[in-house]
Design a protein around this ligand. Structure first.
Ligand SMILES: *Cc1c(COP(=O)(O)O)cnc(C)c1O
Ligand SMILES: [Zn+2]
Length: 418
């Protein structure tokens, strides 16, 4: 374990535990007692600072190893996860009439999503704990990312997916050699079966919320955004929300940087869910505990009726003075098209939901057009080609004839105003 870690603190009862004695959640509060990793920031400062970063050659998430709950022993063998591009938009901000917009393209990770950051930590922790088998339940990306990193490092994986998982993500699992258990039920059923199986077999548990270390992996996206912006952060960071671990991780990354004195303030976080599955949006706006909802959205990665990390997620948004919105499936499809058409970035529905949420937040004047913002493209659109096709018009089929083609192009020109 990383020697800078001071302990694990329960988000419910605030007690601090020794990481050596705890596998997942708080022994007093049970499954709701999600733990948070505490670091010795004063000691880390000596090792991780502007000077050390400027000479750090590691262009992966492990350039921040001092802030990660793993030893450095196996890092050099891992897939190259993280240090994904942060683009300042070239055209999209004009289309949206806003001033300054960035896209952090985490679809560029090895398995195509931000989840690679968490799975990398799971795999390294399993190796440190001498557990050769890892399991998780996932709507897709946690699974495919785990299967990829585990394959690379020689661990066996049992992966529980709901039967609605998109074809690209399933194909990844199969190619990475995972043992796939497809559950005839929704994500909640899938999660519950995986939990029972993990308890029964003693497999390493990569279920993001209850494993305190995975948020630590996800936070590297925030560390990178900050460093790529030379620690001059935007007013807002926008990210879609399912279980809530990603947004909790984004907050934790900025929190660490503030503790290290590298940034002055944490950006406001905008959490985005789908209208068809919005338990955290409801909880946030009614200031009440998170209630179970239906899972009724095409954005599979955020179709989470029972979020497993509501406390950390809602605290992150509140502590950052941020907000939450929910968006329609149609606006998600529109946002997929916008991001592709104006920036050449192809996001899966759950990723494009962030852009749809940004548009809604501007309309609702939660975000002002003169504020600056980063949206995180959390997953690659190639994972879900079916919804990409739903978002767009089918190409026309024509005879291989130049005259027909010319007539078509002229006609198209007349109809096109954009
Ligand atoms: C998992 C995921 C999210 C949401 O992350 P949570 O930790 O579940 O809130 C968003 N987008 C994509 C592409 C994801 O895979
Ligand atoms: Zn507790």
């Amino acid at each position: 374990m990383n020697p800078y870690i001071l302990g694990l603190q329960c988000t419910m009862c605030q007690q601090i535990f020794d990481p050596k004695q705890i596998k997942t959640t708080c022994p007093i509060c049970g499954d709701a007692g999600i733990l948070d990793v505490l670091y010795d920031y004063e000691a880390i400062k000596k090792d991780l600072n502007l000077h050390s970063l400027s000479s750090n050659q590691d262009r992966t998430m492990f350039r921040y190893q001092q802030l990660l709950p793993v030893e450095d022993k196996h890092i050099d063998k891992m897939l190259k996860i993280g240090w994904t591009p942060l683009y300042r938009t070239n055209r999209l901000h004009h289309a949206l009439s806003i001033k300054q917009l960035y896209i952090k393209d985490d679809g560029q990770n090895p398995s195509g999503s931000l989840k690679d950051r968490a799975s990398a930590i799971a795999v390294l922790r399993a190796i440190e704990e001498n557990n050769p088998i890892i399991a998780c339940s996932s709507t897709g990306n946690a699974a495919s990312s785990l299967a990829a990193s585990a394959a690379r490092m020689g661990l066996k994986t049992y992966i529980f997916v709901p039967k609605r998982a998109p074809v690209g993500k399933l194909a990844q699992l199969q190619i990475y050699g995972a043992h796939v258990i497809m559950v005839d039920g929704d994500y909640k059923d899938t999660y519950n079966l995986s939990k029972k199986a993990i308890d029964h077999h003693g497999w390493y548990n990569r279920n993001a919320a209850i494993n305190p270390y995975l948020v630590e992996g996800k936070k590297t996206v925030a560390l990178e955004i900050a460093e790529q912006l030379h620690f001059q952060l935007t007013d807002w960071v926008v990210v879609s929300v399912g279980d809530g671990c990603t947004i909790a991780g984004v907050y934790k990354g900025f929190y660490d940087l503030k503790k290290l004195g590298l940034i002055q303030a944490i950006p406001k976080l905008l959490g985005v869910q789908s209208e068809g599955c919005n338990p955290l949006v409801k909880a946030f706006h009614t200031h009440s505990p998170c209630q179970w909802t239906e899972e009724n959205t095409l954005a599979d990665s955020i179709s989470v009726g029972v979020p497993r990390n509501p406390i950390k997620a809602l605290r992150a948004i509140e502590a950052s003075h941020g907000s939450m919105v929910d968006v329609s499936d149609q606006s998600i499809l529109d946002a997929m098209r916008l991001m592709g058409k104006y920036e050449g970035i192809f996001g899966e529905p759950a990723a494009a939901a962030a852009l749809a949420g940004l548009q809604k937040a501007i309309k609702q004047q939660i975000i002002k057009p003169n504020e600056s913002m980063v949206i995180i493209n959390t997953g690659n659109g190639l994972k879900d080609p079916q919804n990409a096709q739903r978002a767009t018009k089918e190409p026309i089929l024509m005879k291989p004839d130049l005259d027909i083609l010319i007539a078509h192009i002229e006609q198209e020109g007349e109809h096109k105003h954009e």
